[in-house]
Design a protein around this ligand. Structure first.
Ligand SMILES: [Fe+2]
Length: 206
């Protein structure tokens, strides 16, 4: 798999920032978090000259995840379309007996973070991709997390609340709040951010 010059990834990241810049004008918890994230993203530095893809199994879900669906964030999809398959997709939990195949059907591609193509110790930015009919069980982390759904409608749970979330919706997970996602017939593609303690990984909550 050919490496992607880092400069080619910088441009499409602007399509995500455009969404965040609009949303941060709303003065609620999500808006304030995105304002903080945008400031920290400005301080990220290149970690190398290129991005190296991983070829992780989850990329077989990319084509259906990029298919035209109501409300999809076409600008982000189009900006990253040439690069999605070459991103460093990974999955870093141990496999679970009660969720067989999870490690082959979900993954994330970090663009900004402690070990990502653009380096930051205060913020992460990346994509999460989950294949259809997959339950990503309850988990938590100290970092504050914001998701922006790019394509695919899925069931999102945080604390005691579950809801079907559509493309264009933002989901805020405060520090240490248990949350989960479950896909139905559509794969899910979302952008995530972390801020705060970005070095402590997620842990399962059950
Ligand atoms: Fe999370």
């Amino acid at each position: 798999m050919d490496a992607i010059p880092l400069s080619k990834i910088a441009e499409p990241i602007r399509s995500i920032r455009d969404h965040f810049e609009r949303r941060q004008r709303i003065d609620d918890a999500t808006g304030r978090e995105l304002r903080h994230v945008l400031r920290e993203l400005d301080l990220a530095t290149p970690g190398g000259a290129t991005v190296q893809g991983s070829g992780h199994s989850v990329i077989r879900h990319l084509e259906p995840a990029l298919a035209r669906r109501p409300g999809q964030l076409t600008d982000v999809i189009d900006a990253f379309r040439p690069f999605f398959a070459g991103l460093p997709w990974r999955y870093s939990y141990a496999s679970r007996a009660d969720a067989p195949g999870l490690e082959l059907n979900m993954g994330w591609a970090e663009l900004v973070g402690p070990v990502a193509p653009f380096r930051s110790d205060t913020v992460c930015l990346g994509f999460t991709l989950i294949g259809p009919r997959i339950n990503y069980p309850l988990h938590w982390h100290p970092a504050v997390e914001v998701y922006l759904v790019i394509n695919g409608t899925a069931i999102w749970t945080a604390g005691q609340q579950s809801a079907r979330r559509a493309p264009g919706e933002y989901i805020l997970h405060p520090s240490k709040v248990l949350h989960a996602m479950r896909t139905e017939e559509e794969p899910l593609l979302a952008v995530y951010t972390w801020s705060g303690d970005v070095n402590t990984l997620s842990a399962y909550g059950d």
